[in-house]
Design a protein around this ligand. Structure first.
Ligand SMILES: N[C@@H](Cc1ccccc1)C(=O)O
Length: 532
């Protein structure tokens, strides 16, 4: 039906050039023109779909018409109340007058009540004794005639009669529409929907040659895209960075991912035979495979403390191999960078001038433990420092749900005179509580470069167990004194991974989720409020 109406509109336009009034159309299957409201609504549907394809244009005109109410319909059929009253009475002098009680019986209560008054007013009836009689031998029931006209045409030529009929609730207003239709820019008599895509089938069958195509709408709004977002690792890194900054730490400059065995291990007093230096644990570079030699006097102090001891240490008493020291590798921990920053921090203590030294990253005097006596003593070039880094490290690990060959380490070091283990523990508590971790425990551990060393455990309220969150310790004199730090300077440090708190924060079970090309945060809605 809808399509045949579209076809009718198109054929009419084709034949006549335009359709000045859609009420003149004779719809398929009908014999009379489509003057009714419903017919125009049906036509409107066809016009809308044709105009959306620019096949036609149309203008809307409004009409106000009238229809009969149920009571109006009844009166159009049977005559007005007054006419019906008049019709049952005898003409004056031609019989017995009808009493009001009898009249009600003859025409019904309602008609008797309404009709009497009007028939009197029109001069059609009169009183005779206690009853009623016709005065006029013939009447013209204008109400019935008007109602019939309205019923047939929807309007009344004698418009002045309309308000009264409306007041009597015999007619009601009906709003309607009709349309003027013209050919659109893409007029054609075909009702086939234009193609939106050129398909393989159309090419094979050759139908593409005769098909019509939907035009591109360059005005259309595009589909809104989801805006860019920070990677979860970046968000958590920013949070941790802010914790360090508000605790007065300075960020160490990002150093090269490639380090020498010297800075990654030797400078930290990691023995040259240590298993961490194995090929299975560390990625070594093949080209170039070896680094330039470090500053000779420091290199000498480091190799000596390893081989023969010194600074109160017996050393490892094992042969020192320059080859091992100069190997290039991907750093296995950011402590390799901390070592270089500490070496620079000690430059003044070694009597060297500081060019690009760690002084820039040193918050002199902050949180110092120095006594008056120490402050008064001669300047030995040392300044306290609080440094941090959050950066990438690499380990030759078997990858699984919680291990990757590369990850990020969060690392902090604090250098000051006479720091104690209590300072380290106190620092840890404050740092982790700022990360939302209130319950922490420490367990003695072993690192070649720290003594004592502590593993940090935190109670995870959701997992209901203690989980390891970091590693820490006080750097050994065998590491600090060859750098040139005075004997009373202590440096403590700690490290944790960035991935672990991020995974717990975002409810991610598989670390690969964090680094794939598609980061899906499957558990994000259920993520814990606490970070670890
Ligand atoms: N480098 C240690 C962390 C650490 C840093 C500083 C001091 C002690 C420990 C690690 O990789 O786990």
């Amino acid at each position: 039906m809808a399509e045949s109406i579209q076809q009718l509109v198109l054929d009419t336009l084709d034949a006549n050039g335009s359709i000045p009034d859609t009420r003149t159309l004779v719809l398929p299957g009908e014999s009379a023109p489509a003057s009714s409201h419903d017919a125009q609504i049906t036509i409107l549907g066809a016009l809308n779909s044709l105009s959306s394809r620019n096949v036609v244009t149309y203008e809307t005109n409004e009409t106000i018409s009238h229809g009969l109410t149920p009571e109006g319909l009844q009166l159009a059929e049977q005559g007005s109340h007054e006419a019906r009253v008049w019709s049952v009475l005898p003409l004056k002098g031609n019989g017995d007058a009808v009493t009001p009680v009898e009249l009600k019986k003859l025409v019904g209560d309602e008609t008797a009540k309404v009709g009497q008054g009007r028939a009197f007013k029109n001069g059609w009836i009169g009183k005779e004794g206690a009853g009623l009689v016709k005065l006029a031998a013939e009447i013209n029931d204008a109400t019935q005639i008007d109602l019939k006209e309205i019923q047939e045409t929807g309007s009344l030529k004698a418009e002045s009669a309309l308000p009264d009929l409306r007041k009597r609730k015999l007619i009601a207003q009906k709003k309607g529409q009709w349309f003027v239709v013209n050919k659109g820019p893409d007029f054609s008599t075909s009702t086939a929907k234009p193609e939106t895509d050129l398909t393989v089938d159309m090419l094979n069958s050759g139908s593409w040659k005769t098909s019509t195509y939907k035009k591109y709408n360059f005005e259309a709004d595009g589909i809104p895209t989801n805006g860019g977002a920070l990677h979860p690792l970046l968000k958590v890194r920013e949070e941790i960075r802010n914790i360090f900054l508000e605790m007065g730490f300075a960020e160490m400059p990002t150093q090269s991912f490639v380090e020498s065995g010297f800075w990654c291990f030797d400078a930290l007093f990691v023995p040259q035979q240590h298993p961490a230096r194995d090929l299975q644990d560390t990625f070594y570079l093949s080209d170039p495979s070896h680094s330039l030699a470090p500053e000779p006097s420091y290199y000498k102090r480091v190799s000596t403390v390893h081989e023969h001891g010194g600074f109160g240490s017996a050393g490892y008493r094992a042969p020192w191999q320059p080859e091992e020291s100069s190997k290039l590798l991907l750093r296995t921990h950011t402590t390799a960078s901390s070592a270089q920053m500490l070496y620079r921090l000690a430059a003044k203590c070694r009597g060297e001038s500081v060019e690009d030294g760690a002084e820039d990253y040193v918050h002199g005097g902050a949180a110092t433990n120095a006594t008056n006596e120490e402050l008064n003593k001669e300047d030995d070039g040392f300044h306290p420092a609080k440094l941090f880094s959050i950066d990438r490290v690499f380990r030759n690990e078997t990858m699984d749900a919680t291990h990757l060959a590369e990850f990020h380490q969060v690392e902090g070091v604090v250098a000051d005179r006479n720091l104690t283990l209590a300072d380290l523990i106190g620092f840890m508590r404050v740092f982790f509580s700022k990360m939302g971790i209130e319950q922490v425990r420490f367990k003695p551990a072993y690192n070649p470069y720290t003594e004592p060393s502590l593993e940090i455990f935190a109670f995870h309220p959701l997992l209901d167990k203690w989980v390891e969150v970091g590693n820490s310790g006080m750097f050994r004199p065998e590491m600090l004194e060859p750098m040139g730090f005075p004997k009373d300077v202590r440096v403590h440090g700690w490290g944790l991974s960035l991935e672990r708190p991020t995974m717990i924060r975002y409810g991610i079970n598989n670390i690969r989720t964090l680094v794939g090309h598609k980061v899906s945060l499957e558990g994000i809605e259920n993520s814990a409020a606490v970070m670890f």
